[in-house]
Design a protein around this ligand. Structure first.
Ligand SMILES: Cc1cc2nc3c(=O)[nH]c(=O)nc-3n(C[C@H](O)[C@H](O)[C@H](O)COP(=O)(O)O)c2cc1C
Length: 414
């Protein structure tokens, strides 16, 4: 009987353990988690979501405070079009986050940065260009583009000296999305080095509508693998979404995936950035405590715990401090929803906004508990402490369980 450890993910001549720990913003997939994954020979991700804030927390910089001060005069103004990111600061924050992580890297694995293109930051093109170029400057091994692929994004870094040596990949949820991306980038003569196919059971934003349950990863993956083969593209295809046991992973590896990308199992790792009490909420969750809803202002459905404090919270939009979801004209769907409610409650008290959430603030404060479909099985991966809480796991333990488990067994911690 095969185990994940019987397979290897190949990039050119180099081989890696075929386990990719997916990016989880905002700083849920911490540098510590990515570093452990790389040390164990796999591929870890940090995320560049809200990187100015991540830098402030990691390195005691004051980028967010400075931006708030600069735009304080605009806080009660519904028009956020003037609230721009300083590109030099964005570059510095990215270089700090990526650079410090890469300096600490040990082992044979790789560290990539997850770059969500839906973070349009009131200047989609220029901010994405700075994010990607700065990550390459700071020595990142690779970039995984996700959430809202701008079809021309490789072109934004085509002049970087590392454009052809860094690993560049994309996350898609259909063969059509991959075809469009390839067509759009054909003139660069630069294929992606890997493609992650994310099915509907993943955490975070979904590349599906509310009819997500009608799709399944195995079918989409087979279509993508066939297309890659027929076109002789020779791109490793990585399966993601709902791969909960080593045996789940083996079945995808046997059917032609070059690797698997996993995340939910690692949300209860000590190295994961979620606060300890939130990890207990993930453990305690039952199947009907999890929903896919449309409160994310990105327009993509998102899976989360129904008990997330973010749901319904009507806080004032914090774009002067954050503003990562402002589109190129300074709009965000949450601002529209908030203003509608504010018009009904002009005193600004007891505002509830049910249809959208202030995603920046809520993710930054760990109040929006996005999770994969199988979060309700996490309790079966550990032991219960005498006080009723669940034991956290080391990333190494979870990684090794994926690597060696057979027959869907899950090794409990010592
Ligand atoms: C808590 C959490 C946060 C996530 N955040 C992101 C993100 O910021 N960007 C992204 O591309 N994917 C994100 N994802 C998706 C994962 O990277 C991964 O592809 C997917 O969840 C794998 O499925 P699994 O969680 O069932 O293992 C997130 C997943 C989780 C569980």
């Amino acid at each position: 009987m095969k185990r994940v450890d019987d397979f290897r993910l190949k990039f050119g001549q180099k081989e890696y353990v075929p386990i990719v720990v997916g990016g989880m913003g905002v700083d849920i997939s911490t540098a510590e988690l990515a570093l452990e994954t790389a040390r164990l020979g796999g591929i870890g991700h940090i995320s560049d979501a809200m990187v100015n804030d991540v830098s402030d927390r990691r390195f005691d910089t004051s980028f967010v405070r400075d931006k708030t001060r600069l735009y304080r005069h605009n806080i009660f103004n519904a028009d956020k079009s003037d609230v721009k990111f300083d590109l030099d600061i964005l570059a510095e924050a990215t270089r700090r986050h990526v650079g410090a992580t890469m300096e600490a890297k040990k082992g044979d694995g790789l560290i990539f940065v997850n770059c969500m293109e839906k973070l349009t930051m009131n200047g989609p093109r220029e901010t994405l260009q700075v994010r990607m170029n700065s990550a390459l400057d700071a020595g990142i091994d690779g970039i995984t583009l996700s959430a809202g692929l701008h079809l021309g994004s490789f072109g934004l870094i085509a002049d970087h000296p590392r454009f052809r040596d860094a690993k560049l990949g994309i996350i898609v949820s259909s063969v059509r999305a991959l075809q469009l991306f390839l067509r759009k980038n054909a003139r660069l003569q630069r294929k992606p080095d890997f493609v992650v196919v994310e099915g509907p059971l993943a955490g975070g934003h979904l590349g599906f509508g509310l009819d997500w349950a009608q799709f399944d990863l195995a079918t989409i993956l087979a279509e993508v693998i066939k297309f890659v083969k027929d076109e002789q593209l020779n791109i490793p295809v990585i399966a993601a979404g709902g791969i909960f046991t080593g045996s789940d992973a083996v079945s995808f590896l046997e059917s032609g995936s070059a690797g698997v990308q996993v995340a939910t199992r690692f949300t209860v790792a000590t190295e994961c950035g979620l606060p300890a009490d939130v990890k207990q909420d993930y453990y305690r969750a039952n199947e009907d405590d999890i929903e896919v809803n449309t409160i994310s202002p990105t327009g993509y459905p998102m899976r989360m715990l129904k008990s997330s404090p973010a749901i319904g919270d009507g806080i004032r939009p914090n774009c002067e401090s954050y503003g990562y979801l402002l589109d190129g004209n300074g709009n965000c769907a949450y601002i529209t929803s908030y203003n509608r409610e504010l018009a009904l409650h002009p005193d600004g008290k007891n505002i509830k906004v049910m249809d959208k959430t202030c995603l920046c603030t809520q993710m930054r404060n760990f109040k929006l508990w996005t999770c994969g479909h199988y979060t309700y099985r996490l309790k079966d991966t550990t032991r219960k402490n005498a006080d009723g809480s669940y034991q956290l796991l080391s990333a190494e333990h979870i990684f090794n369980d994926y690597l060696h488990s057979v027959e869907h067994q899950i090794a409990l911690p010592a």
